[in-house]
Design a protein around this ligand. Sequence first.
Ligand code: NOJ
Length: 738
Amino acid sequence: MINHQSNWIRPEIEQKIDALLAKMTLEEKAGQLTQLPSAFSDLPGDDATTANNPDTIQKSRREQHEELIRQGGVGSYLGVQGAAVINRLQKIAVEESRLGIPLIFGLDVIHGYRTMFPIPLAEACSWEPDLARRAAEAAAREASAAGLNWTFAPMVDIARDARWGRIAEGSGEDPYLGSAFAAARVQGFQGSDPADPDHLAACAKHYVAYGGAVGGRDYNTVEMALQTLHDIYLPPFKAAVDAGVLTLMSAFNDLNGVPASANPYTLTTVLRGQFGFKGFVVSDWNSIGELIPHGFAADRRDAARQALPAGADMDMCTESYRYEIADLVKSGALPLEVVDLAVRRVLRVKFLLGLFDNPYRSTSEKETKTLLAPEHLALAREAGRKAIVLLKNEHQTLPLSRSLKKLAVVGPLADSQADMLGSWSFTASPKDVVTILEGIKTAVAPGCEVFHAEGCAVLSANEFDEKAAQAVSLAQAADVVVAVVGETADMSGEAASRMSLGLPGEQETLLRRLAATGKPLVVVLVNGRPLSIPWVAEHASAILETWQLGVQAGHAVADVLFGDFNPSAKLAATFPYSAGQEPIYYNHPNTGRPANDTKFTSKYIDGPVEPLYPFGYGLSYTTFAYRDLEITPTEASAGEPIQVSVTLQNTGAVTGTEVAQLYIADLVASRVRPVKELKGFQKVTLPAGEAQKITFILEQDSLAFYNPAMQRVVEPGKFQVWVGPNSQEGLCGEFQII
Ligand code: NOJ
């Protein structure tokens, strides 16, 4: 790998840092560890406490911030956008501050800047990490053209609970798939050299276990065994670190009683000691301040005293470091070396980004030229089609025939622009979005009439009967009904946990009325999380899970509806029957009483224990068969790789792409192991009728886990292995490690 962490230690840079550290005052050092927010596009500073500081209250916010930059009192801004304003502020830092240290400008560029790509969860359903790499690279090109140096992405949190709204921002529930996407996105954002002005520093977040929030409630507490932390939640962070990520963000949650932003075990022992991370850690927004309501710190000074030595190098937004560090050091409560180490890490990243040599990385002209570039839009469409999961296709309802004469396109999300963008889309503009209705209208053959009615609102029940009746009458007059339903953009993402996972509002009632017309009913889902939709699964003729696909949503959906693109995506997160099953995930540990037909087994008395759609599931317009599983050797000595191969055949009538998945189970171990774990996948395109042998090499290291003594081990014994189309089906064989 080109960008391993060891590449980030360069003697010439470290010497420059030594020289700077020797000149810096304590206040300037604290400044480098301070990041301030801005909600304005033309000047930094809105709710920063600076604005309320009695020393500066008399001055305008702009003046206050300019003065602060001049004093070296701030090292970074978040939320400032646009090459012009960023260059103006940078000029003050570089030309008017005593030491001329450049600022680093960060922003949440999560799934695109102006060209919005599918939400990360959707992109993960492509099972094509290189697609995510290319999308991240395009996002970096646009964001850096807008003056930015740093994105707070990728979000690599494992999410096993669909109630948690932030499941939308990551790659789903699996550590193997999540690690592949984490590495790919880091490579995309940073490129092979982050000093290249078309790239950004990436930030793996939220470190760590944020997705384990009890009850799926955002910001809630997390309790988990250290083995689960290391086996499941840490691997995507490790993958990001190995891919050379320059920064990490410490999370809001506490983990087993210790808040993530003041946790020396995760931030220092693991991240620095075990993973060898050489960049810096920024705390999440106010998370150092939140040590106080956590009851972990008495006040701001105490919070700073704990967070910095634990390993949170830069404070996002609370200014605890800016106000407290100098005094803490002078009073002997904080060793100077701790401060110097954190400053060194921040300066190292600034040097690696080339900010000292080229602080003005863009211009307004470049910005205008780069945003919404045609190749970015083409990539957004490609990513959109590859993210769409075909969940059901009874009687080959899809693809729709181009000889259709009358098509009803109904539902509250059919003609929505803003809802296609998903969460973290404030840098995009809804007016750039192709709606699903528009995409369909563009795609139909000239003679086809497209009728449209909203049918109902996503949430409100106002005038439901009237609206639904209108949609039903259009359905009655049409050959096929496409109903676009789901969640609004703000129903997933941060602070958007749900306690129910069904279609919100009256949308299911609308679908029931549409189904009663007897017309083929294609349900197009738009949402940021797995939904529990058992009625839809049973009664719709076809279901497309389209997530939130970004600016090209309408074209991507139409491409799949009309068969211009054969769907190939597979779920990156389990769909439950009911929210009551959450957290539900395929790689759960064995129980002593697996569910069966008898009473005293692990299940529910009022619903199935199985998911509605399992992890890895997704259909195609063709069919695939797996045969001839071969495992060599079936008895392997320690360290010997195992080769697993199958023949995959396209048994349908059209060319298609299948994601063949390899799972293993460790049958007897010193710690209860998951029933199955993904350890490989291959995306293969085959013309109709063709077969291909595909081979996986299973390295024994991928069988390792943390034992009760917290040692990472591969234990001898029997393993099962499956190769198949999802986490519930496939050919099964066995091998043994001796
Ligand atoms: C809070 C969110 O948790 C985090 O993901 C984001 O990067 C920061 N705010 C900055 O916007």
